[in-house]
Each structure stands twice: as C-alpha cells, then as structure tokens.
Ligand binder design. Sequence first.
Ligand code: NI
Length: 182
Amino acid sequence: MTIKPILKMGNPLLLQRSQEVIDPVAPEISQLITDLFDTMYATKGIGLSAPQIGINLRVMIFGFEKSERYPNAKPVPTTILINPTIEILTQTMQAGWEGCIRVPGLRGVVSRPTKIHYQGIDEKGQPIDRIATDFHARMVQHEYDHLEGILFPQRITDMRLFGFENEVWDKIITNNIPVYDL
Ligand code: NI
C-alpha cells in the first residue's frame, strides 16, 4: 500500500501537459494505477489523476458507488481511463463550487458543459466509450484538465466567486450553486 504525496498548486509539474501512455499493460502502469487507488481512497477522493502524484502520464481514475458527501448523486462506475479524449455535446453549462485536493482550502465557481462524450482505454487496453452528464461529466472534465496542466482556478470566469472556503461559505450557502470536491 503506497500513499503518494499530492502536489499542490504552484508546483511547476502541475502546469505540464501529461504524456500519452504507450503500453497500458506495462508493469509500471499497473503500479501507477495501484498507487492512484491507494492514494485516492486514503484521501477519501472520488477522482485522481497521475500528475497529481507527480507522474506526468495520461492516466486518471474516478468513480463511486455511494458517496456520503453526495447522497443524491447517481453512482459513477469505478473507472481507469488512459489517454482520454473529450467531446462536448451541449452548450448547456452548469455552475458548481469546485474544490480540488491540489488547491486545498480554496473554492471557486466553475461553469462546465453538462454533457460530454469521452473515450480512452482501460488498464487492459480495452476501449472505453461513454456519454456522461452532470456530475459524472464534471468529474471527467476536472480530471482531464489535470492531464492538460489546468487547475480549476484557471476556469473561473468571475473571480469574485473564488476564495478561501471559510470566507466564501455564506455565498456558498446563499447562492444555491452545488459544491463539488474533485
Ligand atoms: Ni482536482
């Protein structure tokens, strides 16, 4: 069991575009996936990407059966997604207060498309091809951004809706925008 340290905003590694995986069944990729799951579960997360633990490869994991934090959210299958691509399927955007383990203590409102088509391969090299909506779509977009070297503060359009969680808490409660920890 290996829990890796999580890099935080400001670390230059987080600004790099991660590289494609050449061989998804290589032992070092299996080890990376194991480390990602150990680290995600230890931090009670629902998604994690390789660059978050300092490996700039295009590998992400996400999913949950039932989340204490999001009791009404539809389950998202536990997924290992390698070399993903995303296609936006709607112009409908939804606002959410996002938080990220790489940007601890801060929250900001990020609007994202509510419906996407994503593709990639799993840890056996088998294709993954899905349509995702709402929370599932947001989760994949947030993790995908990590592979591109983009953190959620770069997606905030109104910087007045960004701040330390304890300071913006009144706004979070009153403006009725859902909260997501990704
Ligand atoms: Ni994140």
